[in-house]
Design a protein around this ligand. Structure first.
Ligand code: BTN
Length: 272
């Protein structure tokens, strides 16, 4: 018998479970589909403390306290965004988290690239923002659940703007969506389940690789998608210069005007 579909959850998520199983993806189950939550990252953290298993997925239609990096809020319009967090029980320690968060950005970039028209380019703005035409389409927040210094779980949170055509004034100049770059003839964006399944497939593959062997095997893909290379950037520590690439450990290399090279290992870089 067909199960009743939960109220308030978009029907485009109906095939999510089936599609994850059909593609043999090891993460993305069990799934909690939530009409409203404080933050899917917080839901995943709470579950991690209750012994939830590797791969548990939390998807919400809206968040009352959606969080971005560096204490920012994340606004995701109800029914139009992907707001999802996956709980990963990967063996790693705290210093592996920055490369893991880069790998998640790469997976998000690839999922967006598959969903948009081939005339548009999806890029990564270090460390893990996904941009199309210079505007942000997806963001990644990776957090750890720790016992002392041991990482018990890595929480991977991703927000992707899928169907939005208008944005609140405060982010309108900086934000975009998949729908605004939809494939020719697709009459709008693909359903969210497809984009989310592509994302999970990428996370499953790339995070395991990076956690066990470092960024080396995905580095070329990162370089190819680098939105900052050759551009002038600034960072919170006062560094200012030209971004000249990403190192094998994930640091951003910036060439200052006096010719010296600085490696940014955390924080963000802003385009000047
Ligand atoms: C950023 O670009 O600053 C990161 C944004 C991450 C947003 C996602 S939405 C799902 C998950 N839950 C949250 O509260 N944040 C992440």
């Amino acid at each position: 018998m067909k199960r009743d579909w939960p109220r308030g959850i978009g029907r485009d998520y109906e095939k999510l479970e089936e599609e994850i199983a059909a593609r043999g993806i090891a993460i993305g189950k069990p799934i909690e589909l939530l009409e409203e939550i404080d933050s899917t990252n917080d839901a995943a953290k709470r579950a991690a403390k209750r012994d939830a298993l590797h791969g548990a997925l939390f998807v919400a239609e809206s968040q009352s306290r959606g969080r971005g990096r560096q204490g920012r809020a994340w606004i995701g319009a109800r029914g139009e965004s992907i707001l999802a967090s996956v709980l990963l029980r990967v063996k790693c320690d705290a210093r592996d988290l920055p490369p893991i968060s880069l790998a998640v950005g790469l997976a998000a970039r690839d999922a967006v690239a598959r969903a948009i028209d081939s005339s548009a380019r999806a890029e990564i703005k270090w460390p893990n923002d996904v941009l199309v035409a210079g505007k942000k389409v997806a963001g990644v927040l990776v957090e750890a659940v720790l016992t002392g210094a041991r990482v018990d779980a890595v929480i991977v949170g991703v927000g992707i703007n899928v169907h939005q055509r208008d944005f609140p004034d405060e982010i309108a100049a900086r934000a975009t969506s998949i729908a605004l770059f939809a494939r020719d003839g697709s009459h709008g964006a693909p359903d969210r389940a497809r984009v989310l399944v592509d994302l999970l497939e990428g996370i499953d593959r790339d995070v395991a690789l990076v956690a066990s062997r470092g960024l080396g095997l995905v580095h070329a893909r990162f370089v190819a998608a680098d939105a900052l290379r050759g551009k002038r950037v600034t960072s919170e520590d006062g560094t200012r210069g030209e971004a000249i690439g990403i190192d094998l450990d994930g640091a951003l290399r910036v060439k200052r005007d006096d010719g010296t090279i600085v490696r940014l290992v955390s924080g963000e870089a802003h385009l000047v």
